[in-house]
Design a binder for this molecule. Structure first.
Ligand code: C2O
Ligand code: CU
Ligand code: CU
Length: 502
């Protein structure tokens, strides 16, 4: 039988069997007997009943207040705990929140600062951690699954932000086996490291846009992951911007805005374009590019960030919307991904005050030198039936993640070439902790192409059948994770451990 056919049949078997968990979920939804693509269809039906308000004024994310008593120190507390959100009229949604909000508060600190954040885990009987995605923090401060913070306890994360580290980072939990769920229930926030001297004109502002992906059942609750979610990664029904659906932003004609776009969804690929504004890419995951690059559309895979300058030169409504992108989908129920309006910008007739031009050079980026060695990481997907149902596996070099195993040993300061080979049927956004890397080429069907610009990145999409080569250097000793940032794939094994020796 063809692989996809087998898969769908296998799913139907699992859901139709009398497994207590599957049965309970179906009874809850009062839709017994649904087979196959249950997860997504149930959600789609629920979506008919649950309408989220649109067109509210875009809110700025509340900032995490700095409680330090001296300059150069950022000190604060983050508490993860259950909370109730109100996404839809008349319905309470139990979520997980940082300091009562989702997305969590925006953290803003400066290059050269020391950061001390006390993390309190008040999630009911679940360990958690805070991982500082993309940030150059010591391994033992990076919220690895090996360093869980037990429910009801707290710990301090402390690190320095080196010079040159300005960029658009984020934070989210990383506990063993629970990352995907804690994130889709609401735990994720943006961490912006500001440059002391920033070449982007202050008149452009600095707006953080965090994309998350919400699925609501008819009663307002967030359903658990279905089999389809585990395979494909969880795609929700409502893409939210800073927690709001299609919010509105008003600008004057001629305005330029600096936007930091975050894909904080578990598994939704966002191919984005503006209708009515022009985009210039100025930064990637790890800060500014060497020079601005004009773009018509942008593919932001789960975990990635991009910095843009949007120019609003024409009055009237301008939308930020999604284009279709086929990232590979197993079984039925592929969600519609094209034509979603994420943000509406009202551009007024009145002219903005003249603003400075973008500089032609933003900062120097030196290409990493010749690697001392190269590694090959092959991504595959497997599936097997066992006594409890279908088991999907997402593997790197034939192995599923094992917290007690070191997959690679490297030396701090040495440049390596990593070749990520996707031999699977889905795209996998590949992420490495603890450093920023440089993508040097993509290869597909024997054709090699260079990326359009040199950039510092911590997450790169490796499309189905593609090989991505990158140069990477770890500067701090300790264990680092690398994994697919479709969080369900990370959970099902597509993760490894790199041990960096000093
Ligand atoms: Cu945002 Cu290990 O990841
Ligand atoms: Cu990370
Ligand atoms: Cu993946």
């Amino acid at each position: 039988m063809h692989r996809r056919g087998f898969l769908a049949a296998g799913l139907a078997t699992v859901l139709a069997s009398s497994r207590a968990l599957a049965q309970t979920k179906m009874d809850d939804m009062s839709m017994p007997g649904m087979g196959g693509h249950a997860g997504h269809d149930m959600a789609a039906m629920a979506q008919d009943a649950v309408i989220l308000p649109e067109g509210q004024v875009l809110r700025d994310l509340p900032m995490l207040a700095n409680e330090a008593d001296r300059p150069g120190l950022f000190r604060a507390r983050l508490t993860a705990e259950p909370a109730i959100a109100r996404f839809a009229e008349g319905r309470d949604t139990p979520i997980l929140a940082y300091n009562g909000m989702s997305p969590g508060p925006l953290i803003e600190a400066f290059e050269g600062d020391r950061v001390e954040i006390t993390f309190a885990n008040r999630i009911d009987s679940e360990a958690s951690t805070i991982h500082w995605h993309g940030m150059p923090v010591p391994a033992d401060q990076d919220g690895n699954p090996m360093d869980p913070v037990a429910a009801g306890t707290e710990r301090v994360y402390a690190f320095e932000l080196p010079e040159g580290s300005a960029g658009s980072y984020w934070y989210h939990p990383h506990p063993h086996g629970k990352t995907a769920e804690q994130v889709y229930r609401g735990l994720a926030g943006a961490f912006v490291v500001k440059a002391k001297a920033d070449p982007i004109p202050a008149e452009y502002g600095d707006t953080v846009l965090v994309f998350t992906d919400l699925r609501l059942a008819a009663d307002g609750s967030i359903p658990s992951n279905s089999m389809s979610d585990l395979m494909n990664g969880r795609v929700g029904d409502h893409v939210l911007v800073n927690g709001q659906k299609n919010p509105r932003l008003s600008v004057a004609k001629g305005a330029r805005r600096r936007l930091r776009l975050y894909n904080a969804t578990n598994a939704r690929f966002l191919k984005l374009a503006f209708d009515g504004a022009t985009m210039t890419v100025i930064g990637s995951d790890g800060g500014l590019l060497a020079a601005p690059v004009a773009a018509d559309e942008i593919l932001l895979s789960p975990g990635e960030r991009i910095e843009l300058v949007a120019s609003f030169d024409r009055p009237g409504p301008v939308i930020l919307y999604t284009l279709g992108y086929d990232r590979g989908w197993m079984g039925p129920g592929r969600p519609a991904d094209a034509g979603l309006t994420l943000l509406t910008v009202d551009v007024s007739e009145s002219e903005a005050e003249a603003v400075p031009q973008l500089p032609a050079r933003l900062r120097p980026i030196a290409q990493l030198a010749a690697p001392v060695l190269s590694r090959r990481l092959v991504l595959t997907e497997t599936m097997a039936m066992n006594s409890t149902g279908m088991e999907m596996g997402f593997l790197i070099n034939g192995k599923a993640f094992d917290m007690g195993r070191v997959d690679f040993v490297t030396r701090a300061g040495e440049i390596e070439l990593w070749e990520i080979v996707n031999q699977a049927d889905m795209d996998h956004p590949f992420h490495v902790h603890g450093t920023q890397f440089q993508v040097i080429e993509h290869e597909r069907d024997g054709a090699v192409s260079k990326p359009p610009y040199l950039a510092w990145k911590d997450t790169v999409n490796v499309a189905r059948g593609e090989t991505v080569r990158l140069l990477l250097r770890q500067d701090r000793p300790g264990q680092r994770m690398y994994h697919c940032h479709i969080l369900e794939h990370e959970q099902l094994g597509m993760m490894g451990v790199l041990d960096v020796m000093s």
